[in-house]
Ligand binder design. Structure first.
Ligand SMILES: Nc1ncnc2c1ncn2[C@@H]1O[C@H](COP(=O)(O)OP(=O)(O)OP(=O)(O)O)[C@@H](O)[C@H]1O
Ligand SMILES: [Mg+2]
Length: 324
């Protein structure tokens, strides 16, 4: 596979969950026909407000949950419905870093034990070499002196150090693709930049691809090569980070940017309503219609397709040409 080819290919992904609606079975679709690609060594930042379906996409890509429709191909393998042994094998290619580094570590296990587990489980190196690999991983993520770190328990580390352990554990299998779900949002502001720099370095050193999930456009711009904006389970806009920040086209992206401190987007759009998006299956039209200042009747009737406005810049809005 060449570098320019996609490592991750997501085609028409749908995730639906059953809900109880007056004792009738109904479904929500927090991920609704989402398609995108990530190249080897590329960072795709996935941005959107709470409840827009970001984590659900991340979990589907790691097959922590099974997609309802669509396909996910990673490398040359269709992983949409794989099970058991194939899933274990897939964990060597793709790993996840979670928001809460404390919750994802076991309080009664040392750092050494956390890192030894995936190495032994996947029989990555001979048992003589396990210790050496643990040291290398700890050095990689900046947790030195390694001999000291190895014997510590998670509570003896700071939040940032714990997140570094979680990253080292994900790296242990030598993956090609990481899903990082809000990896810095629970950390002190002062240490966030260090974790972003570490991930940037790892991307370069290992040609790692990332799906970087975040609320925050500033970090998406810093770390992401491209940004994808999600609302109500659908992609509203996707472009290179610089195009998306300089020339946002979708009204929702403009709203997000206007709400970002220090943003230069002029003419901040009024927040017409604070309603969360309707995720019910069978909804019609654009999920953003209820909050959009440019809404017209077509928006409530037809779902806008995600169309290419300029090379690499895709927008799902009936009025892209008028608003550009
Ligand atoms: N297992 C589940 N069963 C039912 N509904 C779910 C399940 N997981 C998520 N949801 C719902 O799907 C929607 C999207 O959730 P998701 O966690 O993907 O959002 P998110 O964009 O990651 O939000 P946040 O920024 O708050 O993390 C929410 O309405 C959520 O309540
Ligand atoms: Mg989430």
């Amino acid at each position: 596979m060449s570098d320019s080819e996609a490592l991750v290919k997501v085609d028409n992904l749908v995730v639906r969950f059953p809900i109880n609606d007056n004792r009738h079975r109904a479904y929500i679709r927090p991920v609704d026909q989402v398609s995108f690609e990530i190249k080897a060594g590329e960072v795709l930042a996935l941005v959107g407000e709470s409840g827009s379906g970001k984590s659900t996409i991340g979990k589907a890509l790691l097959r922590i949950l099974e997609p309802s429709e669509g396909t996910i191909v990673v490398g040359d393998k269709d992983i949409t419905h794989i099970r058991r042994r194939e899933l274990v094998e897939y964990r060597k290619l793709a790993q996840m870093i979670f928001q809460d580094p404390f919750g994802s570590l076991n309080p009664v296990k040392t750092i050494e034990q956390h890192l030894a587990f995936p190495i032994r489980k996947h029989r990555l190196v001979s048992s003589d070499s396990t210790s050496k690999l643990i040291n290398e991983l700890l050095e990689r993520v900046g947790l030195t002196p390694v001999e000291e770190t190895r014997l510590k328990f998670p509570h003896e580390l700071s939040g940032g150090q714990r997140q570094r352990v979680a990253i080292a554990r994900a790296l242990a299998v030598n993956p090609k693709f990481l899903v990082a779900d809000e990896p810095i949002s629970m950390l002190d502001v002062s240490i966030r930049a260090g974790i972003l720099r570490l991930m940037t370095q790892l991307r370069e050193d290992f040609n790692l691809a990332f799906l970087y999930i975040t609320h925050d456009l500033a970090s998406a711009r810093y770390f992401g090569n491209r940004i994808m904006v999600l609302y109500g389970g659908r992609i509203m806009e996707t472009a290179t980070s610089s195009d998306l920040i300089r020339k946002p086209l979708h009204p929702y992206t403009r709203l997000l940017l206007a709400a970002t401190p220090g943003s230069s987007v002029k003419g901040a759009l009024p927040e017409t309503s604070n309603k969360p998006p309707n995720l019910m299956e069978g909804r019609t039209g654009c999920p953003f219609a209820d909050r959009c200042p440019h809404v017209a009747s077509v928006c409530r009737e037809q779902v806008p397709e995600l169309l290419e406005f300029s090379p690499g810049h895709m927008v799902a809005c009936h009025f892209t040409n008028q608003l550009a």
